[in-house]
Design a binder for this molecule. Structure first.
Ligand SMILES: O=c1ccn([C@@H]2O[C@H](COP(=O)(O)OP(=O)(O)O[C@H]3O[C@H](CO)[C@@H](O)[C@H](O)[C@H]3O)[C@@H](O)[C@H]2O)c(=O)[nH]1
Length: 464
């Protein structure tokens, strides 16, 4: 038993994200917060696939320890595997086996895992294994409460009516997702009544009705936004980034360029870590940015770069900077940023709210249309770009949206309001802070029953 691990009240929490950037960030960040609030008595360990561990060149997970878990594809990323069904099946079988090994080996090392916080996308196979080891099972939702509620009611799969004020285009895409994804989204709720805790990366005030519904149905608690402390409450002094970039951020180039721009003059454009807009939409976006007349910083991942029109950078000169990845939180917090053209991934959406930056929403798929609906109509912190009959956001439309958001102060004012509310939720006594504290207290209480539970052989549990 190591010297760091000698406290009678010690709790060991294993964090198990779905292995993509937009799911690793919130889970790792939650672990850092838990370790900070829990103090020396709480150890947090994040389990990551070997492939992603290699891809992240300089991890800075703060107080969180990193360990390996396999998804069955140790030498290839999800993009190389390509086949969604094969990937998800491989992840379940290799993941179950290596999770079992990990839980055993940590117990043998004298630091047994008392709780497994796992991505809701990994329901129900993670709890099946975790329970055999007597660990508390904690399902962690990385998407908005409104989206989770929509999926749980299968809205979009069966026509059972739309929520008030919602059009079909505002719902999470469901029927257009590949079948294995549809199954995964519905599986989030299979056996959810039986897990020990349900957490949501959001804060109550953002979607009060939907958060209350999740709380009354599954006892779900909001614990977000899981954004590094430096951008919110500033309680964790060295917590300045997520600490697990899967792509290398071009921080120095970006900062030098932004520093030279006037306040609130730059349009920041990023579609997160997964979106792959078609070549036509990318070309339209390029022309829309050009014709908006504003300076812009555009993140185009290396895999998407071929879709940028030839000679584009030369044509726009110093007015635009195209980069392959940035430290997004730093960019959003930079005074030069005036608006954010975003695909409305849930992390990007909450990061923009937390930074007080208004948005132009260009949702692509999955939960993003619903997030865009909230951006435009509920929080009024931006506008949504509309697609033409061919399904493309044209240059004129993008230009119109950028001009609207940067030309009317109401969007920036509303965004600044949400910045304060985000900060308050995570500050001492805020809604999410209290939920995290209560969660920790519950783990401390349940540690006793953990000690009483015998570990069963894995095969019995998996066959059941
Ligand atoms: O140059 C960049 C671009 C992005 N990011 C970060 O990458 C994350 C991206 O997350 P998100 O905005 O949620 O987008 P996706 O990567 O697309 O996330 C997936 O996961 C999310 C959470 O489930 C969903 O909401 C999205 O629809 C889904 O595509 C954010 O934390 C960003 O700060 C960077 O650090 N640098």
């Amino acid at each position: 038993m190591g010297a760091e691990w000698e406290h009678v009240s010690d709790i060991h929490v294993l964090l198990l994200p779905y292995p993509v950037q937009g799911h690793i960030n919130p889970m790792l960040q939650f672990g850092k917060r838990l370790a900070h609030i829990g103090g020396v008595g709480v150890r947090c360990t994040l389990a990551i696939t070997p492939y992603l561990l290699r891809q992240c060149q300089d991890p800075c997970p703060g107080a969180v320890h990193l360990v390996e878990i396999s998804d069955g594809f140790d030498s290839a990323g999800f993009e190389e595997v390509g086949d969604v069904a094969a990937y998800l099946a491989g992840m379940e079988s290799a993941g179950s086996r290596t999770l079992d090994e990990l839980l055993r080996s940590e117990a043998e090392k004298g630091r047994p895992i008392h709780a497994v916080v796992y991505d809701a996308f990994l329901q129900p196979w993670v709890p099946r294994v975790a329970r055999l080891h007597g660990a508390a099972c904690v399902s962690f939702f990385t998407q908005a409460a409104a989206v989770n509620v929509a999926y749980s009611r299968r809205v979009g799969k069966i026509e059972e009516g739309l929520p008030a004020g919602f059009e079909a285009e505002d719902l999470p895409t469901f029927l257009t997702l590949p079948l294995p994804y549809q199954d995964m989204l519905l599986s989030q709720f299979v056996g959810l009544d039986a897990v020990d805790h349900v957490l949501v990366n959001s804060f109550h005030e953002l979607q009060p009705q939907e958060s209350a519904y999740m709380e009354s149905t599954w006892g779900a608690k909001t614990v977000g936004p899981t954004v590094p402390s430096a951008y919110l409450d500033k309680r964790i002094t060295d917590d300045v980034s997520y600490g697990f970039h899967l792509y290398t951020p071009m921080t120095a180039t970006t900062k030098a360029w932004l520093d030279a721009q006037p306040p609130r003059s730059v349009t920041y454009v990023s579609f997160g870590s997964m979106a792959t807009p078609g070549p036509t939409e990318m070309a339209e976006m390029a022309e829309g940015l050009h014709s908006s007349g504003k300076a812009f910083l555009w993140v185009v991942r290396a895999s998407e770069a071929s879709k940028i029109p030839d000679g584009f950078q030369e044509r726009v000169g110093g007015r635009g900077l195209v980069v392959t990845w940035v430290a997004q939180l730093e960019v959003l917090a930079h005074g030069a940023i005036g608006c954010f053209v975003t695909h409305c991934g849930w992390n990007s959406t909450m990061e923009a709210l937390g930074a007080g930056v208004p948005m132009v929403a260009v949702p692509q798929w999955s939960d993003q249309p619903t997030n865009a609906k909230f951006v435009e109509d509920v929080w009024c912190v931006g506008v949504r770009a509309r697609r033409d009959p061919e399904g493309v956001v044209r240059r004129e439309e993008l230009e119109r949206c950028i001009r609207e958001v940067t030309g009317d102060d109401k969007y920036a004012c509303n965004a600044l309001d949400w910045k304060e509310k985000s900060k308050r939720a995570m500050s001492q006594g805020g809604s999410s802070d209290m939920n995290i504290t209560e969660f920790l207290q519950a783990l401390r209480r349940s540690r006793k029953s953990y000690e009483a539970k015998p570990i069963e052989p894995l095969l019995v549990g998996l066959d059941a």
